[in-house]
Design a binder for this molecule. Structure first.
Ligand code: NDP
Length: 242
């Protein structure tokens, strides 16, 4: 898949899935604006990929809006940044819900709004990929805020698909199963808990960040020009297992 001449904005680029998406895009010719929170992650990523670094805390929605306005125009947008907090349902704090709403839902919406306005004003087509989660469909213990925000992200993406489609801008989600990034390790380091999930994945393994990056590049590309508004489960068959 060739992204030569294309400019892509990727959030959460410092670690895990986002970092691999940046590497794959630059290896396939794209110019990538890599947004993340920790500057030290970007130093090495710039050295590895030649990406354009932007340090921003996306929980600050006005900072997020300013950052993407400065980065536009771009051909494609990947909203990958996400965060989690593990709390039993009865102890889940409203502060946790507010924080995850900002990072996992509101920031992707703000960035997609700015990106879409710019594409529409220029009369240019485009594509948005929002990295959601299998948690959008499931009740995962201790993940109240995470499941709620990811379910909402899928719902918002369907509205983006319907409203932006007529302008030639497609919007889709990629929904990863457990992937041993820094976030995956935080949530799934207990081997008993992790194995209970892994044994239910028909392909017999957790996902790799590359699995999600390949799906993301496909959905961005013209090869997916008729795919709009889907939540693509990258889960090795986990969700259809009887
Ligand atoms: P990681 O925690 O490994 O990496 C997330 C990246 O996003 C980091 O670079 C992090 O920066 C950045 N980020 C987090 N919060 C902010 C913020 N407020 N502002 C700017 N950047 C931020 O996560 P993954 O790579 O595992 O996750 C990527 C996406 O995939 C997320 O949306 C996640 O919900 C989703 N996902 C992951 C799964 C998994 O098992 N790993 C499963 C299902 C979905 P910093 O480290 O500096 O905070």
């Amino acid at each position: 898949m060739d992204f030569a001449g294309k400019k892509v904005i990727v959030t959460g680029a410092g670690k895990g899935i986002g970092r691999v998406i940046v590497s794959m895009l630059t290896a396939r010719g794209a110019t990538v604006v890599a947004m993340t929170r920790s500057a030290e992650d970007l130093d090495s990523l710039v050295a590895e990929t030649g990406c354009i670094p932007v340090v921003v805390d996306l929980a600050d929605l006005e900072a997020a809006r300013a950052a993407i306005r400065a980065a536009l125009p771009a051909d494609y947008l990947v909203n990958n940044a996400g965060t989690t907090s593990l709390e039993p349902f009865v102890d889940t704090s409203m502060e946790t819900i507010d924080h995850l709403m900002n990072v996992n839902l509101k920031a992707p919406i703000v960035l997609a709004q700015e990106y879409a306005r710019d594409r529409i004003a220029r009369g240019e087509k485009g594509a948005i990929v929002n990295i959601s989660s299998m948690a959008a469909f499931l009740g995962v213990p201790d993940h109240t805020a995470y499941c709620a925000t990811k379910g909402a992200l899928d719902a918002a993406t369907r509205v983006m698909a319907v409203e932006l489609g007529p302008h030639g801008i497609r919007a889709n989600c990629v929904n990863p199963v457990v992937t041993m990034t820094p976030m995956g390790i935080k949530a799934w380091s207990d081997p008993v808990k992790a194995n209970a999930v892994k044994t239910r994945i028909p392909v017999g393994r957790f996902a790799e960040s590359e699995d999600h990056a390949e799906a993301t590049l496909f959905l961005l590309s013209d090869a997916a020009s008729m795919i709009n508004g889907v939540s693509l489960k990258v889960d090795g068959g986990f969700s259809i297992q009887n």
